[in-house]
Ligand binder design. Structure first.
Ligand SMILES: [Zn+2]
Length: 343
């Protein structure tokens, strides 16, 4: 098996989805040594580590199996099963299931992110202030996050979309506890609705800090008052102050509620209704009824989301910050509080 120069070989079509100028910065998620492409795999160039990573449908799978909820072998297996199922003829569901599917597809949305669009606009301006062609890592970007379309339409911004699932926009598959890029690769990192789903958000944010260049920006949105979503992959919640501490190695540009108390109330009400039932069908009906009778709460958030009370009762918070080597000290957190319980 002949080994070739990593950066030359990685320019080939195999890692087709990853922007070419980013491929050379890929690193081993175990030891951060350079990677070499050998046929359909990436090999760690460190002779002691010598880890091997698959490339699946043009997407490199760079997992540190020792430090992740996800494993490379399971990922390969699940991808094969998904492909097989896609080739099977679709079985028409029964009448009740068709009705339930219709109800779930036609339920009014109880969620509304009020500030994301405006925040992405500001974020893109910050990025273009430090680089003509900023490279931005999107962690959890297999499907579009709310408001992010603005960045898709900007030809000057290069997005590198990563996830731990194969979605329509996945370019690279990794776990944010070990980001497989060399230090200071990116001008920006976006992590929207992800940090509540990781086991060690502090480690993930340290990794974000590491892969950002010295003036790089982060934009994060993280759940606060939202019931368990994502089933077995839901681990954390943060208050506004707790979220600030999570990003203590960043200078704050702006933060606040992304989704307000109205959305939090609708979620609580819907989960309250669903908790009465055990059967899947009854839960689906309860969810539909809950949506139908509470979707309008989200409209209150247009009025509430930027009030101090929202910092105590929001459904999700955002944080926009710039990398700094002067972290926020814990004794500064008390004066950071800006909610409605002052005085
Ligand atoms: Zn290695």
């Amino acid at each position: 098996m002949e080994k070739t120069n990593s950066s030359e070989e990685m320019s080939s079509a195999l890692i087709s989805k990853l922007p070419e100028n980013i491929r050379k910065n890929l690193r081993c998620p175990y030891c951060r040594a350079a990677l070499e492409q050998v046929n359909h795999h990436l090999h760690c160039s460190d002779s002691i580590c010598s880890a091997v990573f698959p490339i699946i449908d043009g997407i490199p799978v760079l997992l540190n199996d020792q430090n992740s909820l996800f494993s490379t072998n399971t990922t390969i297996r699940q991808h094969k099963v998904t492909k097989l199922l896609q080739r099977q003829p679709q079985i028409q569901p029964g009448l009740v299931n068709r009705l339930l599917n219709w109800l779930s597809n036609h339920s009014p949305d109880i969620s509304k992110n009020i500030n994301a669009k405006e925040n992405y606009h500001k974020f893109s301006e910050h990025l273009l202030g430090i680089s003509d062609q900023p490279a931005v890592l999107v962690v959890g970007g297999s499907v579009p996050g709310q408001g992010i379309e603005l960045l898709y339409n900007n030809p000057h911004i290069t997005l590198v979309e990563s996830d731990v699932v194969f979605g329509p926009r996945t370019m690279i598959f990794f776990d944010a506890h070990d980001i497989p890029f060399i230090d200071k690769t990116f001008d920006g990192v976006i992590i929207q609705a992800v940090l509540e789903h990781v086991v060690d958000p502090y480690r993930c944010v340290d990794e974000i800090h590491r892969v950002l260049n010295d003036r790089g920006f982060v934009y994060a949105e993280t759940a606060f008052i939202q019931q368990v979503h994502g089933g077995r992959y839901d681990f954390m919640r943060f208050t506004h102050s707790g979220h600030r501490r999570l990003f203590r190695k960043f200078k704050e540009i702006e933060s606040g509620a992304a989704c307000g108390p109205g959305m939090a109330l609708a979620w609580s009400y819907q989960y309250f209704l669903v908790s009465f039932f055990d059967s899947k069908r009854k839960k689906q009906f309860a969810r539909f009824f809950g949506s139908l009778t509470s979707f309008f709460f989200k409209y209150f958030d247009k009025y509430l989301v930027n009030k101090p009370g929202a910092l105590d009762a929001a459904s999700a918070f955002y944080f926009m910050g710039q990398k700094t080597e002067l972290p926020l000290q814990d004794n500064e957190l008390k004066s950071y509080y800006r909610g409605a319980q002052l005085g």
